[in-house]
Design a protein around this ligand. Structure first.
Ligand code: FAD
Length: 298
């Protein structure tokens, strides 16, 4: 059994057995993961991926899990988190290079401290940088891929690859990876500006979000994608579904495209609420809502 062989992997970071995924999830929902690995450096990451490849162990990589619905059944393979990865941040003129992973909030603070503008649209998005590149996070018609100059990722066998701007292809909420990979380094480029202008813009964006989104509650952000001809939140609201709930998961009364966990919510409640909302919106407006969040787990 692969689990018995895990101790033979050369790995300096921590490995946790039978860990609750809820503790890794922004939504505080998720079953138990067989193993959670926290690589410290590139070699750790490569070794654990190579092990999983050789023993056919399913791998899941998580950032802050603020866009990922983790199943109540958990994960029977290995979960990889870059939370303990030894980060290195290099700022050169208008570019920020990151090895490891950091919260978007920290990236924004580094940009602002160094008078680099262009990152402000990431204000109040509670993810980490590498996961946000993977999902091409964005707001206000800007996406993180607009800033992306280069990134490095490790493939399923644990081999590193470097990709530069000319070969990066992203689209709406779709990052650059075509197959499984773990992004562990990136270079992002903004433009030189003035700190007070950047800080003013960030403050305004915080205010805007605070008034329109349930940012102090446990959610996954927008559950459904918007399209050019409709806004998912408006359709849900006009279908009279604000505050609709299943178990402890409810449609937010602040923004109808956000579902919040009011305490003891389960993944199954979230999924059932998705189905109910979809059914009502389809019946009323003839629109099938496409998921923006990712569902993972056994
Ligand atoms: C209040 C609130 C507001 C939000 N607002 C926005 C918004 O305006 N715009 C927006 O786009 N999103 C928004 N979100 C959703 C979410 O925060 C973002 O999508 C964020 O970028 C996800 O980052 P994460 O670290 O939580 O990713 P996770 O949910 O952990 O991961 C997302 C995906 O990336 C994969 N992944 C994780 N790490 C890596 C890695 N190192 N390499 C490759 N793949 C990886 C995961 O397997 C998963 O498939 C919001 C969420 C909340 C709760």
């Amino acid at each position: 059994m692969w689990i018995d062989k895990l101790k033979d992997v050369s790995f300096d970071g921590r490995m946790m057995h039978n860990m609750s995924l809820a503790s890794l999830s922004y939504l505080n929902i998720g079953g138990v993961a067989k193993v959670v690995c926290y690589p410290l450096h590139v070699e750790d990451l490569s070794n654990i991926l190579n092990f999983c490849f050789c023993f056919n162990v399913p791998v899941l990589v998580l950032g802050n899990a603020s866009n990922t619905l983790l199943s109540d059944a958990g994960w029977s393979g290995v979960v990889i988190s870059l939370k303990h990865f030894l980060t290195k941040i290099t700022v050169e003129n208008d570019s920020i290079e990151i090895l490891g992973d950091i919260r978007l909030e920290k990236l924004l603070a580094i940009a602002s401290k160094n008078n680099i503008a262009g990152f402000e649209f990431l204000t109040a998005i509670p993810g980490v940088v590498m996961a946000s590149i993977n999902g091409n996070a964005g707001a206000e018609k800007c996406s993180i891929s607009d800033l992306l100059m280069e990134y490095k990722y490790m493939d399923i066998q644990g081999c590193s690859h470097s990709v530069s701007k000319k070969d990066i292809l992203c689209s709406y909420r779709k990052g650059p990876l075509q197959t499984f990979g773990i992004i562990y380094s990136a270079c992002l480029k903004g433009e030189m500006s003035q700190k007070d202008l950047i800080q003013k813009s960030v403050k305004e964006k915080w205010e805007y979000r605070r008034n329109r989104q349930p940012i102090s509650e446990r959610s996954l952000g927008c559950v459904f994608k918007n399209a050019t001809d409709y806004c998912a939140g408006q359709l849900i609201e006009h279908a009279g579904l604000k505050k609709k709930s299943v178990g402890d998961v409810a449609v937010s009364d602040i923004h109808a495209n956000f579902f919040v966990n009011n305490g003891r919510g389960k993944s199954i409640d979230f999924l059932n609420l998705i189905e109910e909302v979809r059914y009502c919106v389809q019946n009323k407006f003839g629109v099938f809502l496409e998921l923006e969040i990712k569902k993972v787990g056994d």
